[in-house]
Ligand binder design. Structure first.
Ligand code: PMP
Length: 412
């Protein structure tokens, strides 16, 4: 019975929230997979930078030079953090969705995706072919290979870890098969980057997208890291200042990536926050992060399994690894009812709904949604015990808690 405390200080750890029965309690955040709270190192970095905050790439003044240096250093930090190769560039974006939409405008051909993806890695692709995942990961990989090799494919776009089940995909193996079929591979790293060390060079990954706000840096930034040639050949993502070399009234000479796809004044605080989070996570060591989350997840699974009627959502019996996500339903309860009860009566924040992955929820037999608990660096075993006790009370009571579904709609 190992006592697992937080692995790193995060903002909001001592937040007190009101309870419906009166009084208040400390907030328990079990929604890291949606947005992770800022690491103390991230807020410190932002605080230090604020006095010199200024426009990037646009001024000769001291503050502007410091901000420009900081922005470009952040780019180098992200490249190191993900093991980028020399032919890959880091483009700053707003979030993963933005990064994937940007890349979708650069792909010279069709894209293959699985039906388990978050909508952000399903909807942007043009000319896409959707492969239905099988009941085992091994069979799913076989189906992907068959589809990739059945006709010319430019890109395989796949998630690093599922935002619904937490299951981790065998990225290096998928990169290998994509390349053998003449395609490139994009990894949606939104759920993987906060939990596992990413090594683009070792894994042979061509493109990677992730969000700062899921990586303990909630200041409006994301990244697309990837091979320069497609990015340089495509139309700029946005037209405007900063994306050009030279403009006349008659013609425009666009700059190469990353500037080509970063028109407008860059978000220097967001980029610096993301880089600070990368440094903090690298210092923490991903082995410890994985151990911390695995201990909490197994405590959660065994605690909830003891409560009658709980069923966990899982895709594959042979998935070798999963990040700290536990998604479940309870027989006789609406997911939204469970989430509302946990918040109102116990001050516990979880996510319910269909997690922006409607096809996946349907194939898992939960078209009406489920409840997702996701842990992170600030989570503790005491938090897990509070949640398990609360769920046990809910189920044992079997009364009408009054958290009825309103208007037939819960979260998306
Ligand atoms: N992909 C996955 C796997 C996600 O979990 C999410 C966020 N829930 C996204 C993409 C989209 O991220 P964002 O909303 O930051 O663009």
């Amino acid at each position: 019975d190992v006592c697992v405390g937080p692995l790193a200080p995060v903002s909001g750890a001592d937040l007190r929230v009101p309870l419906v029965q009166g009084g208040d309690c400390t907030y328990v955040n079990f929604d890291y997979a949606a947005s992770a709270p800022a690491l103390a190192r991230v807020t410190d970095r932002i605080g230090a930078l604020l006095p010199t905050y200024s426009s990037v790439h646009r001024g000769a003044g001291y503050a502007s030079r410091v901000s420009t240096e900081c922005y470009e250093e952040a780019r180098d930090t992200v490249a190191r953090f993900v093991g980028a190769r020399d032919d890959q560039v880091v483009v700053f974006t707003r979030n993963t969705t933005d990064s994937l939409n940007l890349l979708a405008g650069c792909v010279p051909g069709s894209t293959v995706v699985l039906d388990i993806e978050h909508h952000a890695n399903l909807l942007p692709w043009k000319n896409s072919r959707v492969v239905r995942a099988a009941d085992t990961l091994a069979e799913t990989v076989r189906l992907l290979v068959a589809e990739l090799c059945s006709r010319p494919t430019a890109l395989l776009a796949v998630t690093g870890a599922s935002n619904v089940t937490g299951e981790v995909l065998p990225i290096a193996a998928l990169a290998d098969v994509a390349h053998r079929c003449g395609a490139r591979i994009l990894v949606d790293g939104a759920q993987l980057a906060p939990h596992r060390r990413i090594d683009l060079e070792a894994w042979g990954v061509d493109y990677l997208a992730f969000s700062g706000h899921k990586l303990y840096a909630p200041f409006g930034s994301g990244v697309l890291v990837g091979k320069r040639d497609w990015l340089d050949a495509a139309e700029p993502y946005l037209a405007g200042g900063g994306a050009v070399r030279n403009v006349t009234v008659e013609s425009t000479e666009w700059a190469p990536a990353p500037a080509r796809h970063e028109a407008g004044t860059p978000n220097v605080l967001g980029a610096a926050a993301l880089a600070a989070a990368c440094d903090a996570l690298a210092d923490l060591d991903f082995g410890r992060v994985a151990e911390h989350e695995a201990a909490l997840t197994s405590r959660l699974l065994s605690g909830l399994a003891d409560v009658g009627g709980v069923e966990f959502l899982r895709l594959w019996s042979d998935a070798p690894d999963a990040v700290g996500i536990v998604t479940f339903t309870i027989d006789g309860f609406e997911p939204g009812e469970i989430a509302a009860y946990l918040s109102a009566e116990h001050g516990i924040g979880v996510r319910d709904g269909r997690f922006c992955a409607h096809p996946l929820l349907t194939r898992l037999g939960r078209p009406d949604g489920a409840v997702r608990i996701s842990v992170g660096l600030g989570s503790s075993s005491a938090d897990v015990d509070r949640l398990v006790d609360a769920v046990r009370t809910l189920v044992a009571g079997r009364r009408d808690w009054g958290y009825a579904k309103v208007g037939g709609q819960w979260n998306p």
